[in-house]
Write a protein that binds this ligand. Structure first.
Ligand SMILES: Nc1ncnc2c1ncn2[C@@H]1O[C@H](COP(=O)(O)OP(=O)(O)OP(=O)(O)O)[C@@H](O)[C@H]1O
Ligand SMILES: [Mg+2]
Length: 404
């Protein structure tokens, strides 16, 4: 599959909860049709990343672009830039205090102008970010409505008596007005049991999203639900049942049906199998893989261990404590893991080979022992095309050596 169209772009995403930096300056993009695996231990920020992308938070900083449109934007980086500019000006003034020379005056005037420029630019960015965070969906709905009107108004004018056409237009208009860009991103939640309302039937659960977005035709809804049930390997007879009547694997299939019915372009599957028995895990993974082929879906697949994403992902990002530490195509990551945390994750994967298992040593990642960041902080660097590692210059050079 050669498709380079970027569907989702996450740029310098930060999501802080008080002093907890759940996600801290994370960037990656996902191309159309690809499966992107996001891996890391419990608490490293995977779910928070997913929830930030579907706009469950007002993100702290950074941007999320979907199909090139900014759907989420935070303001902290802009506010920081304003604070930094003001601090620099104050320092210049303090340094030149009492100095009445014309050079000093000119320097202060210069610094003042520079600061004022930054402040006004950053304020404009903040305004834009707040607008996008709040209104990108409304703008999208406006656009969809305008497109529909352009298509239907001439037709309606030419056939004023056509009731069927009128009804079709009204139905579509209702949906266009309620259309949201973010519904093209659907999330399958980590815990299938907690994420399904026990008082709703499976039919109600699966069709809820469509109803919210303006579908009123009962027949259409019913048919859609049946189609989805069959698509995920359940049967129509299941439609009237309640979540507690299903096994864990079946519940997760309901979760999949609920997201797929929205005809999304991107599905964020948040550890969709980790609450399930090992024997069921493979079934749900196979289901997602099948849907990906059949529906041309793009997937962000979250897992806490690498063995689950290994055969399934085109590229993998490894997170550690809110940071992305390594990002590479799957094969490359398994062949040339560079960051010590990735190596430790890999060492945790058992292989069905008794000889290997006898020798397999779990590498424990100890950041303080592994890195000396006293002189230079790490940044994300491209070690070879497509393979990024968070490192400083000294490590970068060492990694280059390893790859030779
Ligand atoms: N709503 C919230 N309020 C405060 N802190 C939060 C909130 N959500 C998450 N956190 C914290 O942010 C960090 C990242 O949590 P997150 O749920 O994203 O981790 P995760 O990688 O999905 O972990 P797991 O593999 O256990 O699901 C954790 O320290 C968590 O305690
Ligand atoms: Mg999680």
């Amino acid at each position: 599959m050669e498709n380079n169209e970027v569907l989702l772009r996450v740029e310098h995403l930060c999501q802080y909860f008080g002093t907890t930096k759940a996600v801290d300056d994370v960037s990656f993009d996902i191309r159309k049709g690809e499966v992107f695996g996001l891996v890391g231990e419990s608490g490293c920020g995977k779910t928070t990343t997913g929830r930030s992308i579907i706009k469950l938070y007002d993100i702290t900083s950074g941007s999320v672009y979907f199909k090139g449109i900014r759907i989420a934007a935070g303001v902290k980086s802009y506010k920081d830039a304003i604070a930094a500019a003001k601090k620099e000006l104050a320092e210049t003034k303090a340094r030149l205090k009492g100095n009445t020379s014309s050079e000093a005056k000119a320097e202060i005037a210069n610094a003042s102008a520079k600061c004022a420029k930054t402040v006004s630019e950053m304020r404009a960015e903040i305004k834009k970010a707040k607008f996008d965070q709040k209104n990108c969906d409304k703008e999208y709905a406006k656009e969809q409505t305008a497109k529909l009107n352009a298509e239907y108004r001439p037709k309606l004018a030419a056939n004023p008596g056509d009731k069927e056409l009128k009804a079709e237009y009204k139905n579509k208009l209702n949906k266009a007005r309620k259309s949201r860009l973010v519904t093209q991103i659907q999330m399958i939640f980590q815990d299938p049991i907690a994420s399904l309302d026990p008082r709703m039937t499976v039919k109600e659960i699966i069709s809820e999203g469509l109803i919210v977005h303006g579908e009123k035709d009962k027949k259409v809804l019913e048919e859609k639900v049946y189609e989805m049930l069959e698509l995920v390997g359940l049967v129509r007879e299941h439609a009237g049942r309640y979540p507690h009547e299903f096994s864990g694997g079946q519940k997760q299939r309901v979760g999949v049906a609920r997201s797929v019915i929205m005809n999304p372009e991107l599905i964020i599957a948040d550890e969709p199998v980790s609450a399930l028995d090992v024997s069921i895990q493979a079934q749900v993974i196979n289901l997602l893989n099948e849907l990906r082929d059949r529906l041309g879906l793009t997937l962000l697949f979250v897992a806490h261990d690498l063995s689950v994403v290994k055969y399934f992902s085109d590229r993998i990002g490894v997170m550690y404590y809110g940071k992305m530490v390594e990002l590479a195509p799957s094969d490359e990551l398994f062949l040339n893991p560079l960051h010590p945390y990735t190596r430790s994750l890999l060492s945790a994967i058992p292989l069905p080979d008794p000889e290997y298992e006898k020798q397999r040593k779990r590498i424990v990642y100890n950041p303080l022992a592994e890195h000396d960041y006293s002189k230079e902080e790490p940044t994300m660097r491209e070690i070879k095309p497509g393979h990024f590692v968070r490192c400083n210059t000294e490590e970068y050079e060492r990694y280059l050596e390893i790859l030779k």
